[in-house]
Write a protein that binds this ligand. Sequence first.
Ligand SMILES: NC(=O)c1ccc[n+]([C@@H]2O[C@H](COP(=O)([O-])OP(=O)(O)OC[C@H]3O[C@@H](n4cnc5c(N)ncnc54)[C@H](OP(=O)(O)O)[C@@H]3O)[C@@H](O)[C@H]2O)c1
Length: 279
Amino acid sequence: MTAITVLHPGAMGVSVASSFRTAGHDVRWVADGRSGATFARAAAAGLQSVTDLAAGCEHAELVISVCPPTVAIDVARAVTATGFAGTYLDANAISPVTAGEVAALLAASGATPVDGSIIGMPAHQADTTRLYLSGPVAAGLAADLSGGPLSVIAIDGGIGAASALKMAYAGWTKGSSALLLALFAYAAEMGVDGPLLAEWARSQPQLPDQLEGRAAGVGPKAWRFVGEMEEIASALRGVGMTGGFHDGAAATYAALASFKDASPPPDLAAVVEALRAGD
Ligand SMILES: NC(=O)c1ccc[n+]([C@@H]2O[C@H](COP(=O)([O-])OP(=O)(O)OC[C@H]3O[C@@H](n4cnc5c(N)ncnc54)[C@H](OP(=O)(O)O)[C@@H]3O)[C@@H](O)[C@H]2O)c1
């Protein structure tokens, strides 16, 4: 049994924490600073909390960060300030450069960093979600964390490899959603959405069927995707490629940020209206 602190039981984090508990570990989360929604998710999953970050780090051999990508560095810095010297897994959608910065912060304070990324839906069922790990201790950690519904897979390539995999994967899934919705909104703005749907039905029949689902799927999470698209743009620029496409995807998601956590999610008409209105 490993003592684990999953810092933030968000929609994904709570499923990660539950999976590791199912695998036999002692899992806690940090209550300080979190909203009622996080408390409710953690309570529904029956997870035990600790009061603050210092207690969370004192409890744990392994600390796991699953949070909005824009705060990954701040969270890592806060953990180093507690003097934590165990293993630190950052599982966020961040670029390999940001992952390297997180790892350097942790290593400098005596902890062992592991790079991670998550692909799939929150891991409440087996075979839906993968946690990829990379770095010197990734293989051993993957074996330790396996056994719950979350599949844990170590890959080669050192710190940054798991993050690079996520950048490539999400760059397509979330980038293509932004592109599809932006172009449909443009067609609506120009009064040719009907003819576009008719043309797609002839030549790209999969696209009309995807519009409603993608609008509902991205709307409530668009605020978080802004930072993720910026990380992907930065990752591509980091290897000398253009980041412009994902800068545009970030701007597209910024125009949808007002749908944050909307339940029920926005329909296609609401998303198109927000995109036509712009920032
Ligand atoms: N959801 C998915 O389907 C999915 C899939 C693949 C990967 N992921 C990855 O998982 C990570 C989190 O996603 P999620 O869906 O769990 O997001 P989420 O549901 O929005 O949860 C984010 C969690 O982080 C906390 N948080 C928010 N702002 C924070 C801050 N400034 N400092 C510290 N913690 C903060 C939130 O707490 P409060 O809101 O209570 O403050 C919440 O507990 C992302 O990096 C994402 O790429 C998610």
